[in-house]
Design a protein around this ligand. Structure first.
Ligand SMILES: NC(=O)c1ccc[n+]([C@@H]2O[C@H](COP(=O)([O-])OP(=O)(O)OC[C@H]3O[C@@H](n4cnc5c(N)ncnc54)[C@H](OP(=O)(O)O)[C@@H]3O)[C@@H](O)[C@H]2O)c1
Length: 328
């Protein structure tokens, strides 16, 4: 019989709700505990998702013996301390993106997970969708020849500037790059299997001192390139285009994709429909379950060395802009 993974969630905000809904579509997973900074919020969340154990502190959640794995759904600047807390209590950890504030924090968390021998994975949910598996298969089979260029964007419009909102507030590591810029950058990393050797970028800093719009060009060995744009005050198409020596692939809504189209030179386009079950957050939970059942300490699809390398890339980009957060 398949072992049921008993989940706990730290934080009761927006993404915690999405993940809890996603878990409802995973047959071999159960949401058994939630931890919040307040009992009222834990109880409200518990009532909504029928969660038996409702904790008024993150510490109580982390030490709950009925929990196998914890999904950390707090703000970027709390990821490190919340992950360390769970790892210390020998709970497998699924840590929201961006993994941490910077590479130094990422290294600390990864080293600790390895020392403790406990599972850890970045919750880059995009990687586990059926359409992403199809994309990886097509690229590996040489469907577009040698991959030469990745173009992807993730921008959305917040509208009114709310200085105390996590998206704008430097104290909560606001800005587009770490919140949504990570999607196109992580996509390029997945496709090329490496980080850029050269980076050219430009950013517009908004009135609260965080990046509201930016464009980045990455150069890799063998003349490969990626172009990524990201924003929090302009809606962009959310499209990925991967071009190679023999064709290209277009993937609309690449951060939660349902299809992709292959254009091979001199052939009619071929669209692959790849619908997803549930709300999509189920796939990352399924990957954690698979790894835990196999006794693995990290995922092959989102390896920890890559999560660290991605944070190093984000650090380099921010260094170009002179963007440091108050806690750094
Ligand atoms: N994968 C995705 O699609 C996706 C989408 C959106 C966001 N995210 C990521 O998920 C994380 C949370 O984003 P969110 O949109 O869910 O944020 P949110 O709605 O503001 O919720 C964040 C939660 O963090 C907890 N928290 C701990 N200390 C806090 C503090 N001092 N102030 C405010 N909240 C605090 C709170 O939970 P308690 O009150 O229960 O303690 C709060 O509900 C971010 O890192 C973000 O990048 C991922």
């Amino acid at each position: 019989m398949t072992k049921v993974i008993r989940w706990g969630i730290i934080g009761t905000g927006n993404i915690a709700h999405q993940f809890a809904r996603g878990l409802q579509s995973v047959s071999d997973a159960e949401l058994v505990a939630v931890g919040s900074r307040s009992q009222a919020s834990a109880d409200k969340f518990g009532d909504e998702f029928n969660v038996p154990n409702r904790h008024a502190t993150y510490e109580a959640l982390a030490s709950d013996s009925s929990v196998d794995a914890v999904y950390i759904a707090t703000l970027h600047n709390f990821h490190k301390e919340n992950a360390l807390l769970c790892l210390q209590n020998h709970k497998g950890v699924l840590l929201e993106k961006p993994f941490t504030v910077n590479a130094q924090e990422a290294e600390e968390v990864i080293n600790f997970a390895r020392e403790q021998g406990v599972f850890l994975m970045e919750a880059m949910w995009t990687r586990y969708f059926p359409a992403m598996i199809k994309l990886r298969d097509l690229l590996a089979a040489g469907a577009i020849g040698d991959i030469m260029l990745v173009q992807a964007d993730f921008g959305f419009r917040m509208g009114t500037v709310l200085p105390k909102h996590r998206i704008f507030d430097p104290d909560f590591v606001g800005g587009a790059l770490l919140d949504v810029g990570i999607y196109p950058i992580s996509l390029a990393s997945m496709i090329f299997g490496k980080q850029p050797e050269r980076i050219s970028s430009m950013a517009h800093m908004g009135e609260t001192g965080v990046d509201e719009l930016s464009a980045m060009i990455f150069g890799y060995e063998h003349n490969q390139m990626a172009i990524a744009t990201t924003a929090i005050q302009v809606n962009t198409p959310h499209e990925a285009r991967i071009s190679g020596s023999e064709g290209r692939i277009h993937m609309p809504d690449f951060w939660h994709p349902t299809e992709l189209t292959l254009f091979r030179d001199d052939q009619p386009p071929q669209t692959f429909d790849c619908p997803f079950d549930g709300n999509g957050y189920n796939y990352e939970a399924m990957e954690v379950g698979k790894c835990l059942r196999e006794g693995k300490l990290e995922s092959d699809i989102m390896p920890l060395d890559e999560s660290l390398a991605l944070m190093q890339t984000l650090d380099k980009i921010r260094a170009e802009w002179g963007l440091k957060y108050p806690m750094e």
